[in-house]
Design a protein. Sequence first.
Length: 90
Amino acid sequence: RLTVVLRNKAPIALAWPQLDLSLTDLSGAVLMRRAFDPKDASWQDSPEPQSGPGQQPPDAAPADRSTTLQWRMKIAKLQPAGYTADIFYP
């Protein structure tokens, strides 16, 4: 499970960023890298929970709120020792 909390501090809704996740081995070499789209995540909006399985997040990150996004993933035969996660706009 990959869980990320994004906070939009702006007074207006903003476009969702993508999340780039890299899993690394003990030496720091990248084992796997993938970009995650918020539209594929389950989500919860704070302070008023509005989440639900199968629901997509709103079209834009709500103004002045934190949103918890979560993706489920399977990592077969990999043994990651570390990771990096960066947000970006494509």
